[in-house]
Design a protein around this ligand. Sequence first.
Ligand SMILES: C[S@@+](CC[C@H](N)C(=O)[O-])C[C@H]1O[C@@H](n2cnc3c(N)ncnc32)[C@H](O)[C@@H]1O
Length: 231
Amino acid sequence: MSSIKWTQFWKEHGKSTSGHQAQEQVLRTSNKEVVSESVWANTLEYLQNTFEVNDKDVLLDLCCGNGLITQYFSDKCQSVTSVDVTPEFIQQLNALKLPNVEAICTDLLSLDFPKHSFSKIILYAGIQYFSEDEVISLFKKFSHWLKPNGMLFVGDIPDKSKLWDFYNSKEREHFYFERCEERNDVVGTWFEKQWLCKLSEFTGLAEPRAWDQPNEQIYAHFRFDMKAEKK
Ligand SMILES: C[S@@+](CC[C@H](N)C(=O)[O-])C[C@H]1O[C@@H](n2cnc3c(N)ncnc32)[C@H](O)[C@@H]1O
């Protein structure tokens, strides 16, 4: 599916799930069960341990959804700019009236900020909605927007090397190939760790690292996380 089709998907999904449970709205489900509160609490704690948000940070939360991550980080940093294409999600985030959060409803691909605007950028459970060529353009922008010593964290990335751990039965394999023929994979774009690390270096982001998610996370069997620094 192209990123234009994904934005249509999310806008329709945002309308049809208005008023639903927050994790269900952002589709953090497995076998139709939403992520448990304890798994999500552990995930947020892990994000903080890895991303180390502090009170001087000026944070950009991309594909922020209804703000589950924005909310968690907002009282740990100076300010958060949160961006998502789904109007219902941005309205929901605005309704929280978090004093240091600015929420912007737009497509990431049309977003722009001045050089060195942010000390940290997070894109969580969002990269799969972009094609490889779009991700190259996005990383160039991230590198431009980050302040020196700033950090990029990209999380919950579908791992190309684990495709068959996800499509793990003959039935699921058939489903995968049929959807792929229509350029309509249900997950989106799958990435290699090395591809994203090399792209980071290409776009001026140093010390890229990518690693498997801790086992207890909801999608650990097929997703990974990565980070890189602006020197
Ligand atoms: C799986 S949700 C993740 C939300 C949030 N990061 C979280 O982890 O709770 C993916 C989000 O990406 C947003 N999205 C998808 N394509 C986008 C685009 N081109 N520009 C901005 N947001 C986009 C969707 O609207 C959706 O809210």
